[in-house]
Design a protein around this ligand. Structure first.
Ligand SMILES: [Zn+2]
Length: 322
């Protein structure tokens, strides 16, 4: 009988105070180590392969199973996360977008994070963005600033309304061409003019991923370009999946039992159909809940912020529910 698994989602894990971007929203390395101790005290870490077997009707999972997942292919996943997991004998599941590793480009999502980390004045960023939207509306068919504000300006779980508005407009509020231009301009002005050097520092390399796989870590698909897949037509969804599978082959991943992690948590019926045709074994969402193994392509996750960061902390409500 399929049960529940606690799947924890991580993004940046770095020594924030000593990093060049202390304002980046990430988990501090020391807190990560503390959270691993908490996890080891209260849960039993399982491997992705065990979860896939359990969903396919194989062996049962242990009590209070937990799976740790790391999105976006950051260099610190190799430098900070991998050595700690290896020391504790825990498997991590890593989901790097192929373009981040192969193409020397910084993903739009990361450009936006580093723009926000570099310029504390969110109002300045918003006004810069809105001015460019107005200027670009001479070249592109764009929504008005008033309609963007109305549609996208609400606070999010971890963001103020201003920051959430900027992120949403730049992630999906504008057509791809226009938003790429605005994001690139903000990145060049507030962060760096050398995108290739920035990407080389930010992301894990192909060789590092191969090393992690050789040492028992799991690597899955996070698509090729890290777009909202539910905003793409079916043929482009398929292209994103196929190209990411070619990338996973280069990494040395077993193509028979592969796992998809939806960028931004975005998926729809046609994507699920594409995944089914390509033999995808599981899909990870950003829905905040314990994962229900009866819904393999819609596995929910909790965020690292939902769990304590020290072994001494009392068990919280997520742990009690596990
Ligand atoms: Zn992502």
């Amino acid at each position: 009988m399929p049960g529940k698994v606690t799947i924890v989602m991580y993004h940046y894990v770095r020594d924030l105070k000593r990093s060049r971007y202390p304002r980046i929203k990430g988990l501090d390395s020391a807190d990560f180590a503390g959270q691993l101790e908490y996890v080891l005290k209260h849960y039993q870490p399982v491997r992705m392969e065990d979860v896939l077997s359990a969903m396919a009707g194989g062996a049962d999972l242990p009590e209070r199973p937990v799976l740790l997942t790391f999105d976006d292919g950051y260099a610190e996943h190799f430098d900070v996360v991998f050595p700690l997991l290896d020391r504790y004998g825990i498997q991590g599941s890593f989901f790097p977008p192929a373009s981040a590793v192969l193409d020397g480009k910084v993903l739009d999502v990361n450009k936006i994070h580093f723009v926000l980390a570099s310029e504390p004045d969110a109002a300045l960023l918003v006004s810069t963005m809105e001015r460019r939207v107005q200027e670009l509306s001479r070249e592109y068919e764009l929504p008005s600033v008033a309609s963007l504000r109305e549609r996208y300006s609400q606070p999010h779980r971890y963001d103020t309304a201003e920051v959430a508005y900027l992120k949403r407009v730049l992630q999906r509020g504008l057509p791809l061409d226009a938003r790429t231009r605005v994001v690139d301009e903000l990145f060049a002005r507030f962060v760096s003019q050398d995108e290739a050097a920035f990407a080389a520092e930010l992301y894990v390399s192909l060789e590092q991923l191969r090393c992690m796989v050789r040492h028992g870590m799991f690597v899955g698909s996070h698509s090729y370009d890290h777009l909202w897949l539910d905003s793409l037509p079916p043929d482009e969804q398929e292209r994103q999946v196929v190209r990411s599978l070619e990338f996973l082959e280069q990494v040395g991943v077993d193509g028979d039992r592969w796992v998809m992690c939806y960028p931004y948590g975005g998926y729809d019926e046609s994507l699920l159909e594409v995944l089914g045709r390509h033999g995808c074994a599981a899909g990870l969402t950003t829905e905040v809940a314990l994962a229900d193994l009866g819904r393999p392509l819609e596995l929910a996750r909790i965020d690292t912020n939902d769990l304590p960061k020290s072994a001494d902390a009392p068990a919280n409500e997520w742990t009690a529910a596990a």
